[in-house]
Design a protein around this ligand. Structure first.
Ligand code: 6GU
Length: 238
């Protein structure tokens, strides 16, 4: 999958992309993330990218010219590299649809995504009207910019791409993947500071272990997330 990310803070997004699962996904050639600095398309000798909002109010708005130029350059570069268009151009914004597992699943099936991380008071509406095909929020709280949400979205998508995770099954057994929270996990030692491990897990009885985990998942979901209960299995890919 090819993911282009437009940001005014390229340094902020670099480190998470260069570690752990996301790094491995890129090293394996399964995900190709390219970060584009909007400032490169800024206006004049000050490379201006933002301005005061028409109609007043606080904060700054990203101007349309640098974003139009950057987005059009990305579209052209993708066409030159792969001969393909973006499947989605996604603007990260608190007023977008809330990210959940079914949406991550759906987006992970695409080949080419362009993500736009806004900043300040947002971006000029004409950019949204012209290019953006989907607007995504990562939850009902306000962050300072779209960079962290873009990284959250990239992580949620990349780990679903076949071959990215070591264990082919582990993405499927995640909390939320089938609408239930995950069961408790234990590892060695079997006793630590007087704290034991549920005997079933060391019993060697695989059927009993599966039954125990299912029981734990149901109980935890009912207790912590009654809004998810009963789980809607049909919704997992949509
Ligand atoms: Cl996508 N952007 C910002 N600035 N804040 C958020 C968000 C996005 N999602 C939740 N809060």
């Amino acid at each position: 999958m090819r993911i282009d990310l437009i940001t005014v803070l390229p340094g902020l997004v670099r480190s998470p992309l260069d570690h752990s699962i996301l790094q491995r996904a890129q090293d394996k050639g399964l995900v190709d993330v390219r970060v584009h600095d909007l400032r490169d398309w800024g206006l004049g000798s000050y490379r201006q990218i933002d301005d005061l909002p028409y109609g007043g109010g606080g904060g700054m708005v990203l101007r349309p010219e640098p974003l139009f130029a950057c987005i059009e350059a990305c579209i052209e570069e993708l066409q030159n590299d792969l001969g393909e268009p973006y499947d989605e151009i996604i603007y990260l914004t608190p007023d977008g649809e809330t990210l959940n597992q079914p949406l991550a699943n759906r987006l992970s099936l695409h080949k080419n995504l362009l993500l736009i991380a806004g900043h300040y008071k947002g971006i000029d509406q004409r950019v949204r009207d012209t290019f953006v095909t989907r607007e995504v929020s990562i939850g009902d709280y306000v962050l300072s910019g779209g960079e962290l949400p873009a990284l959250v979205l990239i992580d949620a998508i990349a780990r679903l791409i076949p071959g990215v995770l070591g264990d082919a099954n582990s993405a499927l057994s995640d909390s939320f993947q089938d609408g239930l929270l995950d069961a408790p996990a234990y590892t060695r030692p079997p006793e630590f500071r007087g704290l034991g491990v549920p005997p079933v897990l060391t019993s060697g009885n695989h059927e009993a272990i599966l039954a125990w985990r299912e029981e734990q998942r149901l109980a935890k979901t009912q207790q912590r997330r009654p809004d998810l209960f009963p789980p809607e299995h049909e919704e997992s890919v949509e």
